[in-house]
Design a protein around this ligand. Structure first.
Ligand code: FES
Ligand SMILES: [Fe+2]
Length: 363
């Protein structure tokens, strides 16, 4: 390869500086998925979210609660302490916390200081998911949850799961935004050779970024060919849309049909996947997934078949992004990346994430 031209290198580096990356601050004033509902129960449970260690439990009445996992006295982890009714008793010197994170008893003295304790978090439980507002609790914006109607509607059947990703959350959003990679990274699962070359269009709104790709005619991989009955057809249609909804949610929607049938009468099958992206640290991400279909609602065997095959594919992303993370970790001062045409939506999305992080920081 020829040596990099210093002017090109400088231009590429300054363009990259405007995009969110693994170095960018986290965005706190947002809802993120903290856990699957079944993970939070009457046993103390800890999870790191946006670099903060947080302890969760359910009150006796069944409400999920969360607070910082570090005793305000001498930093003992509350997750390694004792759940007593709806309170946590620190296992080091016995200070007792209520479910709001306030001190309510200091055993070694008569009076308990008022307005003392640890930060607690606003949680909202919706179906299989528990969401957390990571910013100032009093500013929790419940009117703007990222939840999409299909994620809770009875017209959709859903399965869910979670994975742990050794990679930055920006890399995961970027992976989800441009499905060109299906042909290569998912060659053995959900990719087909024609996918990367298929026509696409991009919609860039103020804080919503969309890439649509129409793969027609095509042959569907078994994961969708079997459940839709289109397996074997050489003239199926696969209309895919990737949409960045929020820092915590990327939605992928796909419609399948037989392209040789009249539009008015042909059956159409839709799937949607909520890729729920929760940064753990700058180099790791909690990756929750809710997968929905609007057909074969009662057919659990179809649900299980799709779930198993899709999670095998999502695991390919987890493995691939860990390799990317390794390369990014080793990057030196001369490092830069070059974007291509199909990166337009993801570049706009990364610019938006950077702007959000910078403006929170300025506040
Ligand atoms: S560290 Fe928790 S009571 Fe002292
Ligand atoms: Fe993928």
């Amino acid at each position: 390869m020829t040596q990099p031209n210093p002017a090109v290198m400088h231009g590429a580096q300054s363009a990259m500086a405007k995009l969110a990356s693994r170095q960018t601050q986290f965005i706190f004033n947002e809802w993120y998925v903290a856990a699957m509902a079944g993970e939070v129960n009457r046993t103390l449970f800890k999870r790191t979210i946006l670099g903060r260690s947080i302890v969760f439990f359910r009150t006796q009445a069944g409400e999920a609660v969360a607070m910082d996992d570090r005793c305000a006295h001498r930093s003992y982890p509350l997750s390694a302490s004792t759940l007593d009714g709806d309170t946590i008793v620190c296992r080091y010197h016995g200070i007792r916390y209520d479910a709001e994170g306030n001190w309510i008893e200091v055993p070694s003295q008569e009076k308990c200081p008022k307005n003392t304790g640890v930060r607690s978090y606003k949680l909202i439980e919706q179906g299989a998911l528990i969401w957390i507002w990571m910013g100032d609790k009093t500013a929790a914006d419940t009117a703007h949850m990222p939840t999409q109607p299909w994620m809770v509607a009875s017209e959709w059947a859903r399965t869910n799961g979670a994975m742990h990703l050794k990679g930055n959350y920006v890399s995961l959003h970027e992976n989800l935004m441009d499905l060109t990679h299906l042909t290569y990274l998912h060659a053995d699962t959900i990719g087909t050779p024609d996918y990367a070359k298929a026509q696409f269009d991009v919609v860039l709104n103020e804080h919503e970024f969309i890439l649509r790709r129409n793969v027609v005619p095509t042959k569907l991989p078994p994961v969708w060919g079997k459940p839709t009955g289109l397996e074997g057809s050489e003239t199926a249609a696969r209309i895919a849309q990737s949409r960045f909804v929020a820092p915590s949610l990327h939605e992928v929607s796909v419609t399948f049909y037989e392209s040789t049938l009249p539009a008015e009468t042909r059956p159409e099958f839709q799937i949607k996947t909520a890729h729920l992206v929760t940064p753990e640290t700058h180099s790791s991400t909690h990756y929750f997934i809710l997968h929905g279909r609007n057909f074969a609602l009662e057919d659990t065997a179809i649900g299980e078949f799709m779930h198993e095959n899709l999670f095998a594919a999502f695991n390919e992303d987890v493995v691939g992004l860990a390799l990317v993370e390794d390369a990014l970790e080793r990057a030196d001062d001369e490092f830069y990346e070059i974007s291509i045409g199909s990166d337009r939506a993801s570049v706009a999305m990364r610019r938006y994430l950077k702007m959000r992080a910078d403006s929170e920081r300025a506040e």
